[in-house]
Design a protein around this ligand. Sequence first.
Ligand SMILES: Cc1cc2nc3c(=O)[nH]c(=O)nc-3n(C[C@H](O)[C@H](O)[C@H](O)COP(=O)(O)OP(=O)(O)OC[C@H]3O[C@@H](n4cnc5c(N)ncnc54)[C@H](O)[C@@H]3O)c2cc1C
Length: 295
Amino acid sequence: MYDLIIVGAGPAGATLARLLGKENKILLLDRRRLDQPSVLGAKNGFEKACGGLIAPDAQQMLARMGLGVPWGVLVGPQLFTVRTIDMPNKLERYYQRHYINTNREKFDSWLVSLLPPEVDLILDCSFQAFEQSSAGIKVKYTKDGQEFEVWTKFLVGADGAASAVRRRLGAKVETRKYISIQEWFKVSENMPYYSAIFDREITDFYSWTIPKGEYLLVGAALLPSDNAPQKFELLKEKLQAYGFKLEEKIKREGAFILRPTSSRQIYLGDCNIALIGEACNQAFSVLIFGSDLVL
Ligand SMILES: Cc1cc2nc3c(=O)[nH]c(=O)nc-3n(C[C@H](O)[C@H](O)[C@H](O)COP(=O)(O)OP(=O)(O)OC[C@H]3O[C@@H](n4cnc5c(N)ncnc54)[C@H](O)[C@@H]3O)c2cc1C
């Protein structure tokens, strides 16, 4: 019997397992191969769609935990200039804000590498369901086509915005949900700033470009009911007309983004089952990593 099973080894789950792992018997499950970060554009498992920027709040949190981001996780250019673009009015403003630019897969793998050896880690597996009884919580997961059952006193869902643990809890918390589409372009020359683009014809949230080594990431948080793929195509047309050079497309990613408008929309779980990070409906409104959200 485990003290705690955590579903999801993203920043929230890996941080919780690291903080509690020495004193408690913990099992951490994830469907990603975080011991083998994927090759860009190759389909060798699940990848997390992310800009990989560590914002000042998240930097503060890492510092409070005594962590410094290792060299191998960083990607150039380091960013301290934000370019905001009001697309319809062609208005621009630059301001200073420092982001640490990282490779997101490597960032997550690094957090997992910090786990105490006492934590049991199972990767490349998929959480399926749980059942509660007086004996504890039975957790079912699959790996290599086989189903396994493990018992725990407490269960934590750290399985992201589309949390299966939250769904299985039957939580009916309404939150504004966006679909994010993000594409990677190989570019010969990159821009030394992170751009935030505002255009209500595209979305009532925002779009972005992020330079990442020899790539430029173009993304947008789009309303699912508003023909998101077409809106994304329109965004790219507008960016190119505005002067952005989008050369060879390497890959396209998608994910949900939650945007709660009140603290009542944050659902932390029920009795011995807790939700943390994006699983509890927390948003990334100011681009913070889930490790902020676990504490
Ligand atoms: C397009 C996009 C760009 C973003 N850019 C940034 C950025 O630049 N900077 C920033 O700070 N934040 C960014 N975010 C937000 C950031 O990704 C989240 O805040 C953060 O990942 C939340 O961490 P988490 O640990 O809660 O969840 P996640 O990172 O989503 O981790 C959940 C984990 O659970 C695992 N999992 C899910 N379901 C199962 C299952 N059934 N079985 C087993 N494992 C499962 C997943 O594989 C994953 O490893 C971005 C988000 C999106 C969508």
